[in-house]
Design a protein around this ligand. Structure first.
Ligand code: URA
Length: 252
């Protein structure tokens, strides 16, 4: 600073040293930084990815069930995917008149990458056989969530939301004549109702996709629930007879 004020004094300027020091101190603590030339642009904040939108676009681009399966396997929008061993999409017969939609993979399904292959799945197969149906011949089986939740807890609404565009597209591509929702989670989430499974089971509803495709849907008690409460099997049997009757009426 002295060199500056010396020079002023040489030029005949009367210098108030106290004032100059106060000025320089204020400049040093000033909040506005001196402009920089060619400063790098501040990094732009990345927009969070809209995973539902991404699922919708991916699903809409699929024209076959196999393409849809590959799209679901490639999709990273579910927070459940990281901890899952496999993406569990569907099993059974594409083009079947009956489609069963469950809640999501359990431990055995996660290990094998196929829906309903654990104990509950074996009971489901026996229930279907009782009305003359098998996954090998005339049933397509899937879920409303494709990745196993830790500890087999129910999927959270956001976890179901990211799968929904795929579920709807699968229904549009498979074109079954009737859907069975196996258990409360698929029944309430597909029908977007707060009614419980005990109220919904054994009654016919209509499921409509965002694309406007409508199809009859009958909720059934989940086979895992029936394993825990075998006394409820007579109700399940009555509901299965309704499924069979409606399938015959619908030409399936
Ligand atoms: N329970 C379900 O809801 N789905 C499966 O795939 C297996 C068990």
């Amino acid at each position: 600073m002295d060199s500056l004020t010396d020079w002023w004094e040489e030029m005949g300027v009367e210098v108030d040293h106290g004032l100059v020091e106060a000025y320089l101190a204020a400049a040093a603590t000033s909040e506005s930084p001196a402009p920089q030339q060619d400063a790098p642009a501040a990094p732009r904040r990345r927009k969070p990815k809209n995973w539902v939108q991404e699922a919708t676009a991916l699903a809409a681009g699929c024209d076959t069930l196999e393409a849809l399966k590959a799209a679901i396997e490639s999709y990273d929008g579910s927070p459940l995917k990281a901890a899952a061993q496999n993406t569990v999409v569907f099993d059974g017969t594409p083009g079947a008149t009956l489609m069963v939609i469950g809640e999501g993979p359990g431990a055995e399904e996660d290990r094998r990458g196929l829906p309903f292959v654990g104990r509950a799945g074996q009971l489901l197969d026996r229930m279907l056989a009782a009305i003359g149906r098998t996954r090998e011949e005339n049933v397509l089986i899937s879920n409303v969530n494709y990745w196993r939740p830790p500890g087999n807890r129910n999927p959270e609404p956001e976890e179901l939301e990211v799968c929904r565009p795929f579920v709807e597209r699968m229904i549009e591509l498979a074109r079954p004549k009737l859907i069975v929702a196996a258990g409360g989670v698929p029944a309430t989430s597909l029908l977007e109702t707060s009614n419980g499974i005990m109220k919904l089971r054994g009654t016919e509803h209509v499921f409509t996709t965002a694309g406007g495709y409508s199809i009859p849907l009958i909720p059934l008690l989940h086979p895992a629930y029936l394993l825990r409460r075998p006394q409820e099997k007579s109700r399940a049997w009555r509901d299965l007879l309704l499924v069979e009757k409606r399938l015959r009426e619908l030409g399936g």
